[in-house]
Structure formats: structure tokens, C-alpha cells
Ligand binder design. Structure first.
Ligand code: SF4
Length: 403
């Protein structure tokens, strides 16, 4: 007997990250085109990349959602119908939208499913019902909503609901924030967020003798990162349709690791109807290997409070860094890899297979593509390194971070 589990929706900030996320187990990916999304600093997809990405995902049973979640001005709207007809032609599965005008434009111009972005801050059933009348088929709920509240919104509205399970958090109501507008001249709600909430600020406490250490904390607006792996049984009980991971601008190591960990956990639950605590510890260990701030469950169970503020320091944690990506496997001979961060001959590396535990090995030789042996790699170059049993194209290689 198999048990129902939600969809795992991973971020795809580039074609490479899309491939990595899908191969490591994501059921769906979300990505942005060159316009209309909220991550202007991500690589974002050209028309050709979009087409290749959709084909790659569909061939492996995964879905593709395109973000159109900027708040648009009239002049921005003019080019939207042409883009919509293109993504409908290449069979994109849904668009993720925040702006009422964009919802209306999508509904009038194509029949692609409309998912309401978390940016629209839908937090209750009545709002969900109104969005449903507008043609929305799924609500990406605001991160302020608990799993229990989300289950209720789903029941009352009859809409699919999606919730964030992992990634960076906004301290504002799901992105409705203008700090970057005022401090950097960059419009957060049109893709320009400069992560101003992560900066150090100082408050003037000269007239407040009783100010506590917490009140004097200079990073008082920076949230810890969300990690919902232990909340999985609640998501499943509440029949939350989709679990979303934040992070289109993060690395392929992040895209691969979160897709592998959460898809393994969902697969285990699908087969067994529960999760094991030893297994849980292993998944948590893996999630600590990617770069992250301290983790919090934020508002998934009860409203987030001061314990969700990342007050101690600004620096991110993470034990491992991506060393390279496998481009070609020549069985029993070598792996051709594209180097992402420098490593040396004799270094300890780990291969991260798609569906089993990582394999530790030594980079006993490094050979450049012209056949010359070298003892040190550089980011961006192609290298032959020792063959690892079971390695596949697009597997990630990682090394212990020496920071
Ligand atoms: S500055 Fe921080 S709170 Fe504001 S939109 Fe950006 S990430 Fe969110």
C-alpha cells in the first residue's frame, strides 16, 4: 500500500539547477523568464532555455511553473500577452502570479493554470474564495499561515494549497516590503530586493536605560531560515498539495541537496506511512551541509516570535561546498567534471548520487582535457578525476568547506 504525499516543488534559478533539481527528485520546479519575475539577479531563462527546461522536466515526469509575480505597471503589462502565448505553446504547467492585473491578463489570454504567489499574502479562506472567482487554481499561502490554518483554507476554498517548507524567510509579510526601495533605490516588489533586512542596523538607546541585549541586537530584522522536515507528517495530515523550497538564486549544491533530502523523506513516507527518527537525523545532517542560516520552523506550527530572529551573527553556516558537476562518466576509467570550486590532487571529495548515500573518495589524479596532469584545479575548467562506481551525469561533487 502506498500513502498520499504532497508534491515537492524546487527552485530552478537556471537550466542547470532545473536539471539538478529534477534528477535529484523534485516533482516540479519553478523558474523565471527574463521579465515579470521577482529575482532580477537570478540567471533567469531565455526562450530557448525555457523550451529545453520544460522538455527536460516533462520527459522525467516533472512539472514546470513560471513566475510572473512582479507587481506590474501598465507599461510592463503590454508585453505580457506575447510571453503568455509562448509559454502556453511550450506547455508550461502553471504561472505563479501576485498582481490582480496579471491574474486578469493571464485568464484572458491563455488557459495555463494560475497559482497565486505568496507575494499576494493570501492568509484566509475568504480571500482564497475571491481569488478562486478570478480564475486562480492554487494558492501559495503566506508564510505567516500555519499548517493547520492552511488545511482549513483548502477545505473551505476547494483550492489547491502550497506552503513553503524550506529556505530563506522575509521578515516582512511575504515580501511586502520596501526597505530596499528606500535604502538602495531598488524596488522589492519588482525584483529588486537587496536583502536589506540582513544588514546591520543600530538603534539609538541612549534614552532607554532598560534595553535588553535582544533589543540592542543589530540584526533584528534578519530571520533564521525555514526548515520543515520535522513538520512533514503535519503537511501530509493536512493534505497540503505542494511543498515549496525557496532559493532560485542559491547554488546547484543547494538545489540538488534539498531536492534529494525532501524527495527521499516523501518517498519514505509514501512507502511506509511514517518517518523513522534515525532517518530524520540523517536528513537533518544533510540539510546542515548546505549553506544556511540557523534553522527555524517559523510559523508552520505556531506564530513565529523573537526566537526566529537570526540575532547572533550575520554569517551563514554550511559544512560543504560544491566542488564540481559530473559532465561525463567513462566507466571504470574517469569522470569528466566541470570544476566549481578549487580542489587539489589528493583531496577528499564526495560524490552525491541521485538516489543513495554519498560516496567518499580521493581525487588521486587530476588530468586536464589536453592530457596534462595537474595538482590543482580552478573553477570553470574541465578535469578528468578518478571514476566512482555508480556515478551519473549531473551528479554533484562536494568537498568540506575550509572557511
Ligand atoms: S529586504 Fe528582507 S524582508 Fe524585505 S523583501 Fe527583501 S528579504 Fe524580504
Amino acid at each position: 500500500m502506498t500513502h498520499w504525499v504532497p508534491e515537492l516543488l524546487a527552485p530552478a534559478g537556471s537550466l542547470e539547477k532545473l536539471k539538478v533539481a529534477v534528477l535529484y527528485g523534485a516533482d516540479a520546479v519553478y523558474l523565471g523568464g527574463q521579465k515579470f519575475g521577482l529575482r532580477t539577479a537570478a540567471d533567469n531563462f531565455t526562450y530557448a532555455e525555457l523550451e529545453e527546461g520544460v522538455e527536460f522536466a516533462h520527459e522525467r515526469g516533472a512539472q514546470v511553473y513560471v513566475v510572473l509575480n512582479s507587481f506590474l505597471h501598465d507599461s510592463d503589462l503590454e508585453e505580457l500577452p506575447e510571453f503568455l502565448s509562448y509559454i502556453e505553446k511550450i506547455k508550461v504547467d502553471a504561472v505563479i502570479v501576485s498582481d490582480l492585473g496579471v491574474v486578469e491578463t493571464v485568464a484572458q489570454n491563455c488557459s495555463i493554470d494560475i497559482h497565486l504567489s505568496t507575494q499576494a499574502s493570501c492568509l484566509n479562506s475568504q480571500a482564497a474564495l475571491l481569488w478562486k472567482e478570478m480564475g486562480v487554481t492554487r494558492i501559495v499561502l503566506g508564510r505567516e499561515v500555519s499548517v493547520a490554518e492552511a488545511a482549513k483554507i483548502k477545505e473551505v476554498s476547494g483550492l489547491e494549497v502550497e506552503m513553503f517548507i524550506h529556505g530563506s524567510m522575509c521578515m516582512a509579510y511575504s515580501g511586502n516590503c520596501v526597505i530596499s526601495n528606500f535604502t538602495q533605490g531598488r524596488d522589492s516588489n519588482r525584483g529588486g530586493c537587496a536583502h536589506s533586512c540582513r544588514f546591520e542596523y543600530s538603534l539609538d538607546f541612549s534614552n532607554i536605560d532598560s534595553a535588553t541585549h535582544e533589543q540592542k541586537n543589530a540584526y533584528f530584522m534578519s530571520s533564521k531560515d525555514l526548515e520543515g522536515i520535522r513538520v512533514l507528517p503535519e503537511f501530509i495530515k493536512g493534505k497540503i498539495d505542494s511543498l515549496k523550497v525557496e532559493g532560485r538564486m542559491k547554488s546547484p549544491h543547494y538545489a540538488g541537496t534539498i531536492s534529494k533530502v525532501y524527495s527521499s523523506a516523501l518517498k519514505y513516507y509514501r512507502e511506509h506511512g511514517h518517518v523513522l527518527s534515525e532517518q530524520m537525523l540523517e536528513w537533518e545532517r544533510e540539510l546542515r551541509k548546505i549553506t544556511h542560516r540557523e534553522y527555524t520552523q517559523a510559523s508552520l506550527i505556531k506564530p513565529a516570535d523573537a526566537t526566529s530572529i537570526y540575532s547572533d551573527r550575520e554569517h551563514e553556516q554550511g559544512d560543504y561546498t560544491i566542488a564540481g558537476v559530473v559532465l561525463e562518466v567513462v566507466e571504470n576509467d574517469f569522470l569528466l567534471v566541470e570544476v566549481r570550486s578549487a580542489f587539489e590532487e589528493g583531496d577528499d571529495l564526495e560524490l552525491v548520487p541521485f538516489d543513495r548515500d554519498s560516496v567518499a573518495f580521493k581525487a588521486d589524479f587530476l588530468i586536464e582535457t589536453d592530457g596534462e596532469r595537474t595538482n590543482r584545479s580552478r573553477p570553470g575548467i574541465l578535469l578528468k578525476i578518478p571514476y566512482v562506481e555508480g556515478a551519473k551525469q549531473w551528479n554533484l561533487l562536494r568537498s568540506r568547506d575550509s572557511r
